[in-house]
Design a protein around this ligand. Structure first.
Ligand SMILES: [Zn+2]
Length: 229
């Protein structure tokens, strides 16, 4: 993989973690960490325990998830969270099915260290959490957290990039982004660098991906909710 780090901004594609700092088992940018700590304290004073279940993921990790789903070694869920029989799909359909719930390696906002997935530690454990929408609405264990975030996340620089009708990715009420930094990462993102990276990687469904890569990047990377005013 050494040659892949010749890309202009390897940190945009999950190939460089030298700009990140640890928070327990997780890695984040220093500014994201500071902002998260403040938000967590604020939420705690309102009775909500914001906990992280996922932060930085590198390219290799995202590719392992991708290849696992593409090869049928990991469960593939449809938009309604029902399992899909991957052997019935063409390569093109399989690409779309995986992208319903998993990012393309090199195109995940989790590569940046500015984005986190969160849950309410008061009401559910990380082991029980499935990260599905039902948990974040109505009487779900993270519903209170979701409404708190809608009101207060922006005070701390966080927002929800994946919202209904505002993003190519399905709504993810658990996915927060630290917008002072992530908006800069997004503005520097280069589809050509991703093409170069995926062309050199040992990724399953490579030719189906490369065939419509520009469309995929527009839909899943650039089509996200606007940052709050
Ligand atoms: Zn996420």
């Amino acid at each position: 993989m050494a040659q892949l780090t010749n890309l202009q901004y390897p940190a945009l594609y999950g190939l460089d973690e030298s700009h990140l700092v640890p928070l327990g088992q997780f890695l984040l940018t220093a500014r994201t960490l500071t902002a998260f700590n403040k938000m967590q304290q604020h939420a705690l004073s309102d009775g909500i325990d914001v906990q992280i279940c996922s932060a930085y993921r590198n390219f290799e990790r995202q590719m392992a998830i991708w290849n696992g789903k593409a090869l049928g070694k990991r469960t593939l869920l449809d938009i309604n969270n029902q399992p899909i029989d991957h052997s019935r799909l063409t390569d093109e359909q399989l690409v779309d099915a995986i992208l319903c719930w998993s990012a393309l390696p090199g195109a995940s906002r989790h590569h940046w260290g500015t984005d986190i997935d969160v849950f309410d530690g008061n009401n559910i454990s990380k082991a029980d959490l499935k990260l599905i929408s039902d948990e974040y609405v109505d009487n779900g264990p993270c519903a209170q957290l979701a409404s708190w975030l809608n009101q207060h996340a922006k005070e701390h620089g966080f927002y929800l990039p994946y919202q209904a009708n505002k993003s190519g990715v399905s709504p993810e009420p658990w996915h927060l982004s630290y917008f002072p930094e992530s908006s800069q990462f997004l503005s520097q993102y280069q589809p050509d660098s991703l093409r170069q990276l995926l062309s050199q990687a040992e990724i399953t469904l490579q030719s189906a991906l490369l065939k419509k890569l520009d469309t995929l990047v527009d839909h899943y990377v650039f089509f996200v909710a606007n940052t709050p005013e």
